[in-house]
Design a protein around this ligand. Sequence first.
Ligand code: ATP
Ligand code: MG
Length: 346
Amino acid sequence: MENKKEVLLSLKNAKTYFPIKKGVMKKTVGYVKAVDDVTIDIYKGETLGLVGESGCGKTTLGKSILQLINSTGGEMLYNFGGNIGVKNLKKLTSAEMKLARKRLQIVFQDPQSSLNPAFTIFGSLEDPLKQNGVAKREDRRKIIGDLLEQVNMRSEYMDRYPNEFSGGQRQRIGIARALSVEPELIICDEAVSALDVSIQAQVLNLLKELKEKKNLTYIFITHDLSVVEYISDRIAVMYLGKIVEIADAEALYENTLHPYTKALLSAIPVADLDKKSKRIVLEGDVPSPAKPPSGCTFHPRCKNCMDRCKTDIPALKKYMVDGKEHFVACHLMEEQQQATPLSEQS
Ligand SMILES: Nc1ncnc2c1ncn2[C@@H]1O[C@H](COP(=O)(O)OP(=O)(O)OP(=O)(O)O)[C@@H](O)[C@H]1O
Ligand SMILES: [Mg+2]
């Protein structure tokens, strides 16, 4: 992958703001800047981990990519290949949108909420197939049976109801459903966070296996730093709607550069055998994304805060660390190292 990196999705200054409305007239009095100027390339075949504290905009970014939420600005360029080529996901024709709905899928934390309790698994999984032209019921049964086997479940389970399964099994059904339309990019939003540690490992291994078999690309959203280290090729760290650090998974843990990432890593709960999945808790509260601090939004919580951090927004810049690309948005790094701004990179 190192030598031949093909960009699948390129986010350029992506922004998603939610208006804050007040009063009887519902006047817009401000915006929650849930995703604020995110620029990142996602390569074909990689697993990009996306981490950060609760409320930093991970889910909003995922849903904005899938066009489940209207974004406010920027571009989301997706490489469809073939004669369609690269298209902005925000400006697709309805035929292209139909294709995008197949190519991009999401797996949520709680599959219970996305599986209708009144339907059997077959009933829940057959809709996307119908929409994609699998007209015969027996063909749909065959495909769904095969899908269940691919996620290590028995094909006859398709006639059971969601409440007859454990959390881990339901999550595997959620994955089977995402796979049913033969996607390229799957956004896993806290896909294993609700599971017990041993079941988490099974589902993570299944995701890894399926990725190899089906040439998938994952954006893996989680607040669990041990999970993200295990599954990711690269990791992007988000803080208050912005990406503050991106590096290969190993490099991020070995050469952590951003003070926020350092704080996150030092907050990993140690040897807690009883843990399901812990929220990251750092000192000081996360400021409101409706009123983000000036300059570097992390400055009120940063031990290394300098004067310019209070006024200037640091850009995400590339550094070479041990011969590897490492992106950081931090004034301290700029003063210590030679950086190349993203805009000047080829
Ligand atoms: N539909 C909405 N309307 C208004 N504000 C929203 C909406 N959805 C999310 N937000 C706000 O946007 C910010 C980012 O939320 P988001 O759900 O993306 O965070 P997250 O990183 O996924 O958090 P978590 O780890 O808790 O899932 C939060 O401040 C949240 O309150
Ligand atoms: Mg979320």
